[in-house]
Design a protein around this ligand. Structure first.
Ligand SMILES: Cc1cc2nc3c(=O)[nH]c(=O)nc-3n(C[C@H](O)[C@H](O)[C@H](O)COP(=O)(O)OP(=O)(O)OC[C@H]3O[C@@H](n4cnc5c(N)ncnc54)[C@H](O)[C@@H]3O)c2cc1C
Length: 348
């Protein structure tokens, strides 16, 4: 009989990441589809007992926690011990967890201790009879593989934006606290702080954001008055992403400019780059600004549901069927107008 263990961790502020709620509904679906299987929910964190109530609506056989200050933030040595203890106590044959930096760091180690197998970036699941197959993309999201494994436990680390987040209100549940012993040598690494991306998410792609604003090299080009307007461009972009808590993406040309000695948008780095040699985010909506829509860039947009672009050029790449809506307009003017309209309310 399959034992499906769903794992989550709290964030430093005690909340759960959205992707954990998505992975929870995937685990619950899987338990419903594999007949005779049991679902076990487990949370680690400073106050895991409070957080586990978020999953109270799930038809779980039991709810396990590992709580305490030692588990407030990501630390490989203590996390690996806690998660191993949970998986052993649950006698897990499947372990399903969200893709977070904390779990991406530690789960391969847990899997190795349990002599299991792990697949990351899971983006789909299907059950036929007793057999689970998963989907995963390879080669920069160009090829999709469908695969299955016999080895147990099988760890499945689920990507964000793939499954519907678990709905429902928090509910009291009976909780079993898993005993974890942490000798001093395991606590040698002290976590002194946690630095998250700036509010508004300028430094990198924020997977939980509803909307992705992508900036292209056009923002740094000479405009109709023969001048470049970098400062104004930066203000327009930051204003929009701060107001909407939007994610900030970029074309390669724009992020490459600093190494080419051009005047740049100081907050843009290669972590913002979307595309073949960048990332492939999964936001519900995307707005491209001053970006031409070249194929190596657009390939990174494949999971964006609603694609819009603003470009002065009616023959740009976006016009070749790559955007749902193309606004042939000056992005400086459009973004200034949007920011003005949004001064008192959010668009997303
Ligand atoms: C192997 C390989 C891998 C690559 N990988 C990637 C990748 O991962 N990601 C990526 O992005 N690129 C990638 N590229 C590069 C890609 O082919 C393009 O060169 C790049 O995406 C172009 O960036 P851009 O559209 O920002 O700049 P440009 O091509 O310079 O386009 C700027 C656009 O801004 C518009 N514009 C200017 N002013 C305004 C205004 N006021 N209002 C509205 N529009 C305006 C212009 O009309 C123009 O269309 C790759 C290339 C190769 C060969």
């Amino acid at each position: 009989m399959e034992k499906i263990l769903f794992l989550a961790h709290t964030q430093p502020d005690g909340t759960l990441p959205k992707v954990a709620l998505e992975a929870a509904s995937a685990a619950s679906d899987l338990a419903k589809k594999i007949s005779g299987s049991d679902l076990i929910v487990a949370v680690i964190g400073k106050n895991a007992k409070a957080a586990v109530k978020q999953f109270g609506s799930l038809a779980a056989e039991k709810f396990l926690t590992v709580s305490g200050n030692e588990f407030e933030t990501s630390r490989y040595s203590s996390d690996v011990v806690a998660l191993e203890a949970i998986a052993r106590q649950a006698a897990a044959t499947f372990v399903m967890a969200p893709t977070t930096s904390r779990f991406s760091r530690v789960l391969p180690g847990v899997c190795q201790r349990l002599e299991g197998r792990i697949d990351t970036h899971v983006s789909g699941m299907d059950v036929k009879g007793e057999q689970l197959t998963i989907q995963r993309w390879y080669y920069r999201q160009r090829m999709m593989a469908t695969l299955s494994r016999r080895t147990r436990p099988w760890f499945l680390v689920v990507d964000s934006g793939v499954f519907e987040a678990l709905q429902g209100t928090a509910k009291e549940v009976a909780v079993e606290e898993v005993k974890v012993s942490l000798p001093q040598d395991i606590q040698r690494t002290k976590v002194t702080g946690y630095e998250s991306a700036a509010s508004g998410g300028a430094e990198t792609i924020r997977p939980d954001a509803e909307i992705l604003l992508v900036a292209g090299a056009g923002w740094t080009k000479k405009q109709s008055d023969g001048q470049v307007h970098i400062k104004e461009a930066g203000e327009l972009i930051l204003n929009f992403i701060t107001k909407n808590q939007a994610s900030l993406g970029s074309s390669k040309s724009l992020v490459d400019q600093s190494s080419e000695g051009q005047e740049v948008l100081s907050f843009m780095t290669h972590l913002n780059q979307v595309g073949q040699t960048g990332s492939t985010p999964r936001h519900a909506k995307g707005l491209s600004t001053c970006c031409h829509g070249e194929e190596p860039h657009v390939v990174g947009w494949r999971f964006i549901n609603d694609r819009r672009a603003i470009n002065l050029d009616p023959n740009c790449g976006w016009a070749q069927g790559k955007a749902d809506v193309l606004y042939v307009a000056d992005a400086f003017e459009v973004m200034a107008k949007i920011n003005k309209l949004q001064a008192n309310k959010s668009l997303v």
